[in-house]
Structures are given as C-alpha cells and as structure tokens.
Design a protein. Sequence first.
Length: 190
Amino acid sequence: MFSFKEIISVTLILFSIIDIVGSLPIVIDLRKRSGKIESAKATIVAGVIMIAFLLLGTKILHLFGLDIVSFAIAGALIMFLIGLELTLGIVLFQPDPEAETSSSIVPLAFPLLAGPGTMTALLSLRAEYELPNILVGIVINLLLVFIVLKSSSWLEAKIGVAGFNILRKVFGIILLAIAIKLFKNALLMW
C-alpha cells in the first residue's frame, strides 16, 4: 500500500507546485505588511483545502461531466507552465489584485499554498498514485510549509535573493520534467 518511491515523487511534485521557497518573498512581504504570519493557521487551512479537493475533486469533475484523464492533461499543462515560470523567471499567471489582504488565509493559505495549481496537481496525482501515498506527501509538504513560514525571517537573512533564484530554477526544471511525465502517462491512459 505505502510506496516510498511514490511518496517521494508526490512530495517533490507538490513541493514544486506549492513552491513555498519560491513564494518566500511574498510571505516576507505579507509578514512586513501585517506584522506577523499565523503559520499554524495558514498551514491547517491549506491542508484542509488540499485534502478536501483530493477526496471530493473527482465528484466535482463528474458533476461537470469531466473525466480524470482530461483533468490530468490539463493539470500537466498547468504544471508545465508553472515550471516555465520558475525556470525562465517569467510571469504567466498574474496575481489577483483584489485578493491582496494581510490575512494568513487569503492570499497565503489560498491561493498561494492551496491554489489552482495545487488542486490540479492533486487530481493529476490521484490518477497516477495511490491515495495513502498522496496523503503522506501532502502531510510532508504541510510540515515543510509550516517550518518555512515559521522561519521566514531567518531564511530571509540566510539565503538571500540569489539563493532563492537558484532554488526556483532547480525546482522549475524538476517540475517541467514531472509535467511531461504526467502528460505522457495521461495520454497513454486515454
């Protein structure tokens, strides 16, 4: 039932999509504007959103007459575009200016941590991996998110802008390769 290889794959995919390290400049900006970030609250809300969509996402798709393979292909394309953003340093997905608040829920938990890319990835992963392995991958990522949010001030001082740029590019290339694999597998299932 549990597969170490699947758990590692899911964890890396979600880590690349959530991109908490790459989002750290946004987190730092939110912390500076609001005075603090409620790390536990943001992490729990993001986790509830992710798990709820993982468990109910297929029912929502069926409600609209969509199949998982089509959604997996769409998810792979979105992951590919996010990978391009990270690797090339371009912005394809514009943030919603109306969502700019100082709350730990919006925009931090949603849509930054558990946004459309994460939801799409979860359903794509559901088509490819076993549910328990995905849940473990989610929990590992939530722990990483919590740690990064809690230590954002320290990380800001230690890693610096150049370090963040290198990390974003490395995770972007990994995400591009994973997106191509998911796209290929979804086409084979079709």
